[in-house]
Design a protein around this ligand. Structure first.
Ligand SMILES: Cc1ncc(COP(=O)(O)O)c(C=O)c1O
Length: 289
């Protein structure tokens, strides 16, 4: 059996210093554990350079602000912490996880302004998120849960609480032999997968849902830029579920997922076509350049 994530050799950055991997622990009365007062980032380091590292650190700071949880480290300090972790573990290619949360403190009720905001950075070697789907195309279930309204929760924060329905949806998907699940949003429009944004191709043009009630992924923004540089028309718009039938190609984008073609969503099928392959290749080149 592979080593569990709490039982490995290496170093983790925690509250300003590098500690032994197995000593990176928190108390059971940590506020974040009970009330989801926690935000995080997922990043990938390629050839010693974290792709869009500063953008990720800025998004983390912003996620904290959106949760009324000021992170007590500057973007520069977060940047240094990430590279310190990579160096301490000797990795040039790794996934980097930064997490900030309300710790244990004087408060144990819902309000927690007296509890310290803490931060940690861990990294590990992580291959393709969807295994061999990169070649074959991932198979997606359709979630029974909906991405919530911006009036319900801060939808643009990368916050732990927003992932509760992602975990449940992904479990349901895996039980059906799917790699992931597609969410509709609170209005019924196509939204995103549990940890990745979604794109479609029809008649040589690209369609992707407006990121108005979910994370506007850094990979999503990068892929839109790459497509526009190739003079491909990109429509960011509301997409009704009935439209899935007419799309020819589909792919997911995300730091972990990178660009992964999709072969099937529910009963709808897509070809792993040229545009999906091209954009996946261009993204791979870019992140390693
Ligand atoms: C729910 C969700 N949507 C979209 C994304 C894609 O974001 P990014 O491309 O910034 O990694 C992620 C991954 O972080 C995610 O977890």
């Amino acid at each position: 059996m592979a080593a569990t994530y709490d039982d490995r050799d290496g170093k983790i950055w925690m509250d300003g210093k590098l500690v032994d991997w197995r000593a990176a622990n928190v108390h059971i009365l940590t506020h974040g554990l009970h009330y989801a007062s926690s935000v995080f980032e997922g990043e990938r380091c390629y050839n010693g350079k974290i792709f869009e590292s500063v953008k990720h650190s800025e998004r983390l700071k912003n996620s904290g602000k959106l949760l009324d949880m000021e992170i007590p480290y500057s973007v520069e300090e977060i940047e240094k912490a990430k590279y310190d972790v990579l160096k301490a573990n000797g990795w040039d290619d790794a996934y980097v996880r930064v997490v900030a949360w309300r710790g244990a403190g004087e408060d144990m009720g819902v309000a927690s302004s007296r509890n310290p905001v803490r931060m940690a950075v861990a990294a590990w070697e992580w291959g393709a998120y969807y295994g061999d789907a990169k070649m074959k195309g991932a198979k997606l279930d359709i979630s029974k849960w909906k991405r919530p309204s911006p009036e319900t929760i801060p939808v643009h924060a990368k916050a732990a609480g927003l992932y509760m329905i992602c975990t449940m949806s992904k479990h349901a998907a895996e039980a059906k032999g799917c790699s992931d699940s597609l969410f509709m949003d609170y209005r019924g429009y196509v939204a995103e997968a549990t940890g990745a944004n979604i794109f479609f191709v029809r008649d040589g043009e690209v369609h992707t849902p407006d990121a108005d009630c979910f994370l506007n992924g850094i990979t999503r923004q990068t892929v839109i830029r790459l497509l526009k540089e190739r003079n491909v028309t990109v429509h960011e718009r509301r997409i009704a579920p009935e439209e899935l039938e007419g799309f020819e190609q589909c792919w997911l984008t995300g730091t972990a997922a990178e660009v992964t073609p999709v072969g099937q969503i529910g009963d709808y099928t897509f070809e792993v076509g040229q545009m999906a392959r091209d954009i996946s290749e261009s993204y791979e080149k870019l992140v390693r350049s």
